[in-house]
Each structure stands twice: as structure tokens, then as C-alpha cells.
Design a binder for this molecule. Structure first.
Ligand code: 5CA
Length: 438
């Protein structure tokens, strides 16, 4: 993509309304635009990141055996009356009336809707287990929407729902999501720590929040220092095998949110305990028959009797993750995207828009990079080098390739690594190899 043609509405000044760095940088880098409190449009640069985050989430859900569907955002109130949550949910639910005076709502979550879908289709124990997920916009009329996409009113969530015959099988479904979540966040370069959690309005007994550590997090969290050294992607996982040892291993180390933490009872000595702020990027729940019983979602057994389905639900804050990624990856100059979620792999900068040789060299490089499967944002504008460098640093692409008259004469390029700041003059082929390497 040529920057001269790209829709990238950068802001020069720090927006006054943005209290935390990710919100500031998302506005300054032209990633989002607020429509009303807690509701945002995603502009091209932000949208590319959102889609990459979504794709990693999708790949890891699919790998675990969950199947993707898409449910509507608007739901009928009757469904929520069946579960008893219509009145309980309170002001956070956006209630809507259609032209026939039917009560509808903009879904804050989908337990009821998925239970209705499954109860209509699954009648026998032979059709179990199932895990269905979707990636869809939710609406919660939060009292205090803030921090940009981190606590929005409209936000993108991946929500999965598992259906099993008995509690043992349901725990296996829970464990699968537990593993998939650790893998998902690790692939984004984030260390998300699972913490025993309160179940709130979703309900149930067993629940874990996945928290990433960041100074601006809304939760107060405590964990064993040893967490910081873990590497989930180094582990082989067989989703069909027994995941209980894995679950035990990954929950053995202490980690708790402040609601669950009790300093007097904490097993970790103070010098090995990390007390920090956390951002909740995922939350998983096992709630048994809380929805299947009142909604009559049952299957028949071999002997003709019937039992309600054992259920769990599993959420990831997809749009929140974009903000969380920036909280965890930035410096004074701007964003520093991990390669796996970067909107483009490379920023190509031509320092001399008016110099025919530089233009030819930069154009050729642009073609070669794209042929090599590298995504490129090519700054072909007529701007000062300083402005171009500042833009590239702000939008945070992992690599910058800089074409200037001296390099063109010598057959070299400057390669800058955005994260380390390291700059190197390399011959063109060596520079390309450096970028293509993952
Ligand atoms: N039905 C369950 C699991 S599917 C559920 O709704 N869980 S939740 O309430 O914990 O939300 C799941 C995830 O969505 C959270 O972990 C968080 O990452 C994200 N999330 C929740 N509220 C917001 C919000 N207001 N803005 C952005 N992300 C949010």
C-alpha cells in the first residue's frame, strides 16, 4: 500500500480525552475514530490489526476442535426470559423495541441464543460433545466506558460455548479452551496469566480470567514471579489426550485477582510475589446446567432417559486485545507491533520523493517485497525525512527500510528494527532476507 493513497488520519497533538497510552496512540495513529461514548469506527490501520488478532483467535479455536458459526447481534427478549436473565441483567443491556412492539435487545453475550440453537438440533448423547463459537459485536451499556477500545460499549468478542453429556467431559472441554487461550495470547507475544475468578452474571463454579500485566490494567493482580519465565508455545499439546495434567501444571503456580487474593493466606513469599495491574483479555466459565435446565436443552441416553446438557462459555476480548497489545508494546515514539499482529510487516521509506534514482529504487523494492509475500506500507509522500521517520515510529511496523541517495549509489539500504532501534546498512538482498525471516 502506498501511503500517499492510504487513509491514515494521523493526529499531531495528544487527544485530551485519552487517559491511557493505547487510547492516545490508537487515535494519533489513525486506527480508530470515536462515534459516541465507547463506540468506535475502525479505520484501515486499526482494522488490519483487529483482523489479524481475530485470525489468531480463530486459528487456535479451530485447532482445539471448536467450530465457527455466526449468530446475530440482535436477540429476542423471550429467550432471556426463559433463562431468567432478562430482568437480572439490568441497565447494561441495551433494550430495543421493533415496529411490531416486540422486545428485542442488542446481545451482551449469547448463552441463551446458542442454547436455543443446540436444543433444537441435538437430541441424542451420540451428538455430543460440541463446541461452537462466533466472533461478533456485543453491546454492554457500561456505566463508565473508558480507555478507548479497552472498555467500550460496543466491542468485538470471540465467544465459544461447549455442550457435553457429563461433568467429566465438560471439564475436558474447559481444559481445551484453557490451553487454546494460553496459545492464542502467546502467539500475539503476550503473557496472559490464568487466574481463578469470580463468575459474576454468567454464573457457575469454575472460572478463570486471563490477565496480561500492564501498568494501566483495571484489575489488581498477584502472581508467582515464576510465571514471567513460562513459555507455553514450547509445549506439545494433544487436544484429544488427557489435558488434566497440563491444566494442573499451569494452575499450580499462584495467580489471583484482588477479589481472590488474601495476603495472609498467600503461599508465595513476598519476595517471589509480583503485585501488578492486569488487563483481562479472556474469561472462561464452566456453569453446568445453569442455562440448559431452565431452557430445556436435554439429550436422551441409551436407556431412553434424558439429561440436561453440561455447558461452559469462553470469551476473548478481541477489540480489547488491540488496546492491550499497545499497552504492552510501545515506547516514547509510538507503537511497536509484534510481527504476528502488525498491520504491515514493513514500512518502506523513500527519503527523496523528488529524486528519480531513489524513486526507481524504492519502487523496485516495493515490488520485490510484495512478491516475497511481505506486507508493505510504502511512504512515497513528499514529506521531510523527519516527518516520515516520526510517522513510521508512531504506527509501529516491525521493520523500516530506508532508501536514500547515498545508499542507492552504494547499492545498500538502511534497515531499522522498530523494537530494538538497531539500524544497519545492508546490500539490498541481505536487507530483504532479514525482513523475510520470521
Ligand atoms: N459469555 C461469557 C464468556 S463468552 C462472557 O461474556 N464473558 S465476559 O463477560 O468475561 O467477557 C469476555 C471478554 O470480553 C472479557 O474477558 C473481556 O476481554 C472482553 N470484554 C468484556 N467487556 C468488555 C468491554 N466493555 N469492552 C471491551 N472488551 C470487553
Amino acid at each position: 500500500m502506498r501511503l500517499s493513497q492510504y487513509f491514515l488520519p494521523l493526529l499531531r497533538e495528544n487527544p485530551a480525552e485519552a487517559q491511557i497510552v493505547s487510547h492516545r496512540l490508537m487515535l494519533r495513529a489513525g486506527m480508530i475514530r470515536q462515534s459516541s461514548a465507547g463506540i468506535y469506527s475502525w479505520l484501515p490501520l486499526g482494522h488490519r490489526v483487529l483482523k489479524r488478532v481475530e485470525q489468531i483467535v480463530r486459528e487456535e479455536q479451530d485447532r482445539s476442535g471448536a467450530q465457527e458459526i455466526l449468530m446475530p447481534t440482535i436477540q429476542p427478549a423471550e429467550l432471556w426470559r426463559e433463562s431468567g436473565r432478562y430482568d437480572d441483567y439490568g441497565d447494561e443491556m441495551l433494550r430495543i423495541t421493533d415496529r411490531h412492539k416486540r422486545q428485542m435487545l442488542y446481545g451482551p453475550t449469547n448463552e441463551e441464543m446458542i442454547t436455543e440453537i443446540v436444543r433444537a438440533a441435538i437430541k441424542s448423547y451420540r451428538d455430543l460433545p460440541k463446541n461452537l463459537y462466533h466472533i461478533q459485536w456485543k453491546f454492554r451499556d457500561e456505566v463508565r466506558p473508558r480507555f478507548g477500545v479497552m472498555r467500550g460499549r460496543e466491542f468485538l468478542m470471540k465467544d465459544a460455548y461447549s455442550f457435553d453429556l457429563d461433568a467429566t467431559s465438560a471439564k475436558h472441554a474447559y481444559n481445551k479452551m484453557f490451553v487454546a487461550y494460553l496459545r492464542t495470547f502467546a502467539r500475539m507475544g503476550l503473557k496472559a496469566i490464568p487466574m481463578r475468578a469470580d463468575t459474576g452474571p454468567i454464573g457457575g463454579e469454575l472460572s478463570h480470567e486471563f490477565q496480561i500485566l500492564a501498568d494501566t490494567g483495571e484489575s489488581e493482580v498477584y502472581c508467582d514471579k515464576a510465571w514471567l519465565e513460562t513459555d507455553i508455545l514450547a509445549e506439545e499439546v494433544d487436544y484429544d489426550g488427557d489435558l488434566e495434567p497440563f491444566f494442573k501444571q499451569w494452575t499450580a503456580r499462584y495467580a489471583a485477582t484482588d477479589e481472590m487474593h488474601d495476603a495472609a493466606k498467600c503461599p508465595v513469599p513476598a519476595n517471589e510475589l509480583v503485585a501488578a495491574r492486569g488487563i483481562e483479555v479472556g474469561h472462561i466459565f464452566n456453569f453446568g446446567t445453569k442455562y440448559s435446565k431452565p431452557m430445556g436443552a436435554v439429550v436422551s441416553l441409551a436407556d431412553g432417559s434424558s439429561v440436561p446438557l453440561e455447558m461452559g462459555s469462553y470469551g476473548i476480548g478481541v477489540s480489547r486485545l488491540v488496546g492491550a497489545l499497545i499497552e504492552a508494546n510501545h515506547d516514547d515514539g509510538g507503537i511497536i507491533w509484534p510481527r504476528s499482529v502488525a498491520p504491515f510487516d514493513v514500512g518502506l521509506v523513500n527519503l527523496r520523493g523528488g529524486d528519480a534514482k531513489c524513486v526507481a529504487a524504492a519502487n523496485e523494492l516495493y515490488g520485490k517485497l510484495r512478491e516475497g509475500g511481505v506486507t508493505v506500507l510504502y511512504d512515497d509522500r513528499d514529506e521531510s525525512p523527519g516527518a516520515k521517520f516520526a510517522t513510521m515510529d508512531l504506527i509501529g511496523l516491525p521493520w523500516q527500510l530506508i532508501v536514500g541517495p547515498r545508499g542507492v549509489a552504494a547499492g545498500t539500504l538502511e534497515v531499522k528494527n522498530r523494537r530494538t532501534g538497531e539500524r544497519q546498512d545492508l546490500p539490498v538482498d541481505a536487507a530483504l532476507n532479514r525482513i523475510v525471516a520470521p
